[in-house]
Ligand binder design. Structure first.
Ligand code: SF4
Ligand code: SF4
Length: 76
C-alpha cells in the first residue's frame, strides 16, 4: 500500500451528515472500495462508507459526488 511522507495511505474522507446516499461514488469507484452503510446519519439517510482498504487516491468519487462537502480524498 502506497503511503505519503506522513505514513498515510490514500483514502476517502466522508462527512456522513452531508451525504445524500445517492450511491454515485460507489458506482464510480474503480476499486469498489466504497459501500453504503447500514446505519443512518442525522438526516435519516444511510451514507456511504469506506471499506477500509483498496483506495488508490484517484478522486473519481469526489468528482462524481453532487454534494460539496460529502466526500474528499487524501492522496498518498
Ligand atoms: S479515490 Fe478512487 S479509489 Fe479511492 S475511494 Fe475514491 S474513487 Fe475509490
Ligand atoms: S458521498 Fe456523494 S456521491 Fe457518495 S453517496 Fe454521498 S452524496 Fe452520493
Amino acid at each position: 500500500m502506497q503511503e505519503n511522507e506522513q505514513g498515510v495511505a490514500s483514502h476517502p474522507e466522508i462527512e456522513e451528515d452531508s451525504c445524500k446516499g445517492c450511491g454515485r461514488c460507489v458506482a464510480a469507484c474503480p476499486r469498489q472500495c466504497l459501500e453504503m452503510k447500514s446505519t443512518m446519519n442525522k438526516m435519516g439517510i444511510k451514507p456511504v462508507g469506506y471499506k477500509g482498504a483498496g483506495c488508490i487516491g484517484c478522486a473519481i468519487c469526489f468528482y462524481n459526488c453532487p454534494e460539496p462537502y460529502a466526500i474528499k480524498v487524501v492522496k498518498a
